[in-house]
Design a protein around this ligand. Structure first.
Ligand code: RIB
Ligand code: CA
Length: 312
């Protein structure tokens, strides 16, 4: 039985690798892909979603545009990392596939409510704004969504956009808090695990020499996008973030973590977007997320490459 997955995303290249890892797996049915503002503004993230689907020759998968700003604060974007369009480094053709007219949040509600309870998973690769809006519009989905696998937050790795906050949580902390309060089973992939899955030169070479179209394209996109991280974290230590949510669905045994309480700070300018993770159970707060801390990096990339090799 294939895993039914909605992907909510703000492409940059990490997101692209995640989407293609899902599309290349015979064990996943991608029901739809929803764009949210994050790495770059919405008009670029929806365009990048379509570029990825067309690159994979999967225009059959519907693309939806969602929120162009967080729930309650101005949008903060990361062109300084991913470039103006979020997809610098390789000139993918202008997409021609249609974008659905339905708002991503309404699509999420419709898709989830049209399936039996607990049979649709959401892989959230960016700020959680679309999912929060869907919950505000129809709270019934909280009892229907199987799980949300979310790349976001940080335990002891510290922040990547401020000293305290990881980017996806920083952009929309109110949305993250609302989703974490919803009761939906959340699997959280924080920086503590994504910083153990390095985009090394050798792994870029494996993308480049894959012998198809998709591999070399992503070798270029990742080479561009990871320049910033190579400067920041050191050669061969650039993290790979978003595909952790997809590989979790395929090979959960590659990961380890624990069920804990996670709260989100959204008041102090110093710590806004910080995930307060009760790793040692020092409070009696409700355990509301499975927080992943470790990954078998070799096994993780084997899954990615296996999917990529099945693509055009
Ligand atoms: O902090 C990492 C996250 O921010 C990833 O989702 C990456 O795509 C960027 O959006
Ligand atoms: Ca992302």
């Amino acid at each position: 039985m294939k895993k039914k997955v909605i992907i909510d995303t703000d492409p940059g290249p990490d997101d692209g690798v995640a989407i293609l890892t899902a599309l290349g797996s015979p064990l996943i049915e991608v029901l739809g892909v929803c764009a949210v503002a994050g790495n770059v503004p919405l008009h670029h993230t929806i365009r990048n979603v379509c570029k990825i689907l067309e690159l994979a020759e999967r225009q059959d998968v519907r693309a939806f545009a969602g929120a162009d700003a967080p729930l309650a604060r101005p949008l903060f974007t990361a062109e300084y990392v991913h470039g103006k369009t979020g997809f610098e480094g390789y000139d993918l053709p202008e997409p021609t596939m249609p974008v659905q007219s339905q708002h991503a949040a309404d699509y999420i509600i419709e898709e989830v409510m049209s399936h039996p309870p607990r049979t649709v998973t959401i892989c959230a690769l960016g700020p959680l704004t679309n999912i929060a809006i869907a919950l505000e519009r129809d709270e019934r989905i909280a009892e229907r969504i199987e799980q949300i696998a979310w790349m976001g937050g940080a335990l002891s790795e510290g922040g990547n956009v401020t000293p305290a906050a990881e980017f996806n949580c920083y952009v929309d902390p109110e949305a993250a808090a609302l989703v974490l309060r919803s009761g939906i089973p959340v699997v959280m992939m924080p920086l503590d695990v994504t910083h153990k899955a390095h985009v090394t030169v050798e792994r870029i070479r494996r993308f480049r020499t894959m012998g198809n179209k998709v591999g070399p394209v992503f070798a270029e996109l990742l080479t561009y996008a990871k320049q910033f991280d190579w400067q920041k974290y050191g050669a061969d230590r650039a993290p790979m973030h978003d595909p952790t949510t997809i590989v979790w669905l395929l090979r959960p045994e590659l990961f380890s973590g624990r069920e804990v309480n996670v709260e989100v700070e959204s008041v102090s300018p110093l710590t806004t977007g910080m995930t307060i993770i009760d790793w040692w159970g020092v409070t009696d707060r409700q355990k509301n997320a499975y927080v992943v801390h470790d990954v078998d990096a070799e096994g993780f990339y084997d899954v990615i490459f296996e999917s990529f090799r099945r693509l055009p």
